[in-house]
Design a protein around this ligand. Sequence first.
Ligand code: UDP
Length: 385
Amino acid sequence: MKILFLDQSGKLGGAELSLGDLAKPYRNHCLVGLFADGTFRELLEHQQIPVQVLTTEAIRVKKDSGVLQSLGSMSSMLPLILKVSQIAHDYQLIYANTQKALVVGAFASLFSRRPLVYHLHDILSSDHFSLTNRRIAVTLANRFSSLVIANSQATKAAFIAAGGSPELTEVVYNGFEPNSYKTQANDSHKIRQQLGLDGKFIVGHFSRLSPWKGQHILLEALAQCPPEVSAILVGDALFGEQQYVQHLHQQVAELGLKERVQFLGFRSDIVPLMKACDLIAHTSTAPEPFGRVIVEAMLCERPIVAAAAGGVIELIEAEKTGWLFSPSDSQQLAQIITTCRNQPQQAAIMAQQAQSQASQRFNLNTVNQQIAQLLNRVIFTQSLN
Ligand code: UDP
């Protein structure tokens, strides 16, 4: 099947890492079209997946844009829409992986008469998007797409609540290759030594630095934990949240946590870093659409604690495969960190159960088969029209 994948980002967020995995089986006859250059292009090239940066013009619409701003930016997308429409003639299907890709893909689908699939990685709620942006996404998806793939039940429910068509929508979780999460125990020991954290209880946080990802909640919790509990914050501000980064550094200083918190920036060696941790914390303050980090922690056989909202509650069985806490409740988080530290056996059993469950539920091969079946259905239906 010849697929034209579209993604607005040049950076490596969860949606892009997921697309990298999905596009692999199609690499001999697909193209990933990006609306910005960056490390995502490098990753795709490294995986020998054909990729082209389709524009160097920044698309200025933001998640909280109003009507005028959105309309203005849509008209500035016209050259890109025409270019994508042209390219789409060589492909059987357009696969939009992000919201701006949906806008471009919808019109390109109309002009090129190729079916459109929209992979929805976002919760379309007021926590994350302006009313205008939600309306644009839902209207275009309902009108132009043959299929919407939601990355969790929570994402699907928010799409429907925003006016999205239930008949169009199928839930497919992100897939992972379990073998990629096996490393030598030595590597993590080395990392603990390099970080100067041997003998400490390490809580790892793996996410871009952004207010709703809630790194500040972990810092608040840390201040309520015994002094040997330390934290590593892995990830960078991907979308210009520099003020938040400053705020976090200030918070570390004010809470007297300088010796206990390390900012490691964006890293691609997630697996050995996770394995070096005693617990992984996921602290989003708004509902998380999926939460790749949670499944990755499970596959690394590390205990996980996560804020109970959005797709997260579909991933974790409370007290069986991980701990859940109320979003933004740093006191409850601190209690769970302390419980995990004091009861290593219980934590290890939970981590083992989580690993075996996650290897089955989120297996990349199965997920790729599910997606292939759905895409074949779209192509078949199109051929009948
Ligand atoms: N990640 C990474 N390096 C970092 C921080 C995060 O590779 O320094 C990866 C992380 O392992 C996960 C993805 O970025 O696979 C983030 O996906 P998630 O669904 O957790 O959040 P999103 O970025 O989509 O909001």
